[in-house]
Each structure stands twice: as structure tokens, then as C-alpha cells.
Design a protein around this ligand. Sequence first.
Ligand SMILES: [Mg+2]
Length: 168
Amino acid sequence: MNKLIFLDIDGVCNSTNDHKAIFKLTGKPTFMGPPKLQPGEQFTRENLNWSKRKTEWIHGICSQTGCDIVISSTWRETFPFAHQYIAMFQAYGWPAPVINTTPITGGTRGDDIEAFINQSGFDGNYVIIDDGSDFTAKQKENLVQTDRNVGLTVDDARRAVDILNWEE
Ligand SMILES: [Mg+2]
């Protein structure tokens, strides 16, 4: 664990535009946020409504940097375990190297990431991929802020690789 992505989901793996497109195509309104699963129901592309292309760009970041993923999205209030996110990515054809979720401190998302770093003793390179900006000045040096309407782009992914592969 010497490189990490702190990964948000809404506005990163999905986007407002994708949801509008799904609605136009299917007539079925969809919403950001975690799916409400019935007992025994598996994660599928239909209940997640992520963009496959965006998962491929996250895959690209991981294969070019060897990084692991820690989920910092509010989805962890519903799905707190790493294996649940591995299963979500698997629905898009790739069992992502998700190793953990950040603790819920009751503070900002930046506080949650800070708590994870302090508790784990992590001292490698990290990037925060998030459509929000609720981070400390120091964390913002490692932030790739996505556009909620668009989600993760290939340019965002390139910037994340540069941050993770940066050497002093
Ligand atoms: Mg978000």
C-alpha cells in the first residue's frame, strides 16, 4: 500500500449527464446514490448505473501506478466493506483493488481521509478523486476534482496518474 486513490462515486463513476441519458433511453428515472438492494440481490450495471468507460479509466490509473483504492464516498454509509466495492467494479468486468473505506468521523470528507491516513500510518502518494472540494489546503494539492455533470474524464485520469507517480 504505497499509492492510494481516495475515491468518490457520485459525480465520478456516474454523472448527471449519464443519468439524463439513461432516462431518455429507458424512460426510467435513475438517481445518484447507492442502490437499495433486495435480500440476496447482487450488484448489476442496472442497479448501479455507473459508466463502464469511467470504470475503465479508473482501471487505467491502477494499472499505470500500481495503486490501491480506498472508498471515501458517502456510499460507505450504506456499503461499508471493501469487498462490496470489488463486487460493484466486477459488475463492470474488473475486480478493482479496493482495500478499505475511510472512517466516518462526523467531520468533513477531508477529516475522514486525514483520519484514515493517521490510523493506517500511510505515507505514500495519494490522489483524491471527488467532485466535491471539502478538503484541507494540503489535500487539495492531491485533488483531482471532477465535474458532477460529466464525471471522471480521461484528462482527470491522466492527472491522477501524474500525481500518483510523482517522485521527489
Ligand atoms: Mg461526489
